[in-house]
Design a protein around this ligand. Structure first.
Ligand SMILES: NC(=O)c1ccc[n+]([C@@H]2O[C@H](COP(=O)([O-])OP(=O)(O)OC[C@H]3O[C@@H](n4cnc5c(N)ncnc54)[C@H](OP(=O)(O)O)[C@@H]3O)[C@@H](O)[C@H]2O)c1
Length: 275
């Protein structure tokens, strides 16, 4: 039972797939938590053909609180322990769309869904020695503004995406504070821009921007490295409650350090998600 086990949300493709691959290469058992089981099974089959540790697949739709709770229950029943949670899954929704629970898609999936999943898996994480949680945020978060009139039903497009990515970072800081007495490191990462499916929006602006974004992007393999380092580096090299990019921890950023905004969002989140 010395095998270490990781959950990677959205591990079927893009940056998440490369993170899963890096973990398997480092002898971790990996569970791909994905909304499309056939895509996930294909990814798992490829990984199994390359690596020794078991690769499992479980259904998870971050756009549904019900699915998230069902995932956490099934995961606990089947695996019973968790050492590493990689919150990677995310959307860039450039048109107004809503999650099953009625939240704007960017905020609902990237932030609220990720928040609830993390909360549901905390009991397993905190029972493991040297546990870690890594949330794949984005530099876009540095431009994020929460729309306080309607924090979870605000604008779609870049404004919604950036707000959700700022909220993710605040979430990791709050969780790290809450769990500070425990043997767990909780961090966010900015992976860098990768040529992945996330930029598939169909608005006029997106059609214009996509070729440019893809041209000036890195490979998903390169973008997975920051998360892998924060997930796997020795304890002495990794703090908790930080946001890392390829150069190291980001410090002294006014938006990330806005503690009043962070606590206000946490309070609102608790009232919507924790009930
Ligand atoms: N690519 C970039 O330039 C970039 C830059 C900064 C940060 N990021 C972040 O990196 C992460 C990975 O993105 P990527 O670029 O690798 O994009 P991607 O290739 O589109 O992968 C996104 C993953 O999230 C999954 N997903 C989307 N909605 C979901 C939901 N409701 N429930 C469960 N899974 C869901 C997708 O599933 P399907 O395959 O079924 O769609 C896919 O597995 C995201 O959090 C993104 O914000 C990306």
């Amino acid at each position: 039972m010395s095998e270490r086990i990781a959950v990677v949300t959205g591990g079927n493709t893009g940056i998440g797939y490369e993170i899963a691959r890096g973990l398997a290469l480092n002898q971790m058992r990996v569970v791909l938590a994905c909304r499309d089981l056939s895509k996930a099974q294909n990814a798992a089959a490829t990984l199994r053909s390359e690596y020794e540790p078991p690769i499992d697949v479980l259904h998870l739709d971050l756009a549904s609180f019900r699915s998230i709770r069902a995932f956490a229950e099934e995961y606990a029943e089947r695996f019973g322990r968790l050492h590493l949670l990689i919150n990677n899954a995310g959307v860039f929704s450039d048109r107004r769309a809503y999650t099953k629970d009625g939240f704007e898609q960017n905020m609902g999936v990237n932030y609220l869904g990720t928040y609830l999943l993390s909360r549901c898996l905390f009991p397993l994480l905190s029972a493991s020695k040297g546990a870690r949680m890594v949330t794949v945020s984005s530099r876009a978060g540095l431009y994020g503004r929460i729309d306080w009139r309607q924090p979870f039903c605000g604008p779609a497009g870049f404004r919604g995406y950036a707000a959700s990515k700022l909220a993710q970072i605040w979430m990791t800081m709050d969780f790290a504070e809450e769990m500070s007495g425990q043997d767990i490191r909780i961090n966010g990462v900015f992976p860098g821009r990768a040529a992945t499916n996330i930029w598939r929006g169909d608005s006029f602006m997106m059609k214009l921007m996509r070729p440019l974004m893809l041209r000036f992007s890195q490979s998903p393999v390169a973008c997975a490295q920051v998360a892998l380092r924060v997930a796997l580096a020795p304890d002495a090299e990794i703090k908790s409650g930080m946001t890392y990019n390829a150069k190291g921890p980001i410090t002294g950023n006014k938006r990330l350090d806005d503690i009043m905004g962070r606590k206000r969002l946490l309070c609102l989140t608790k009232s919507f998600v924790d009930g």
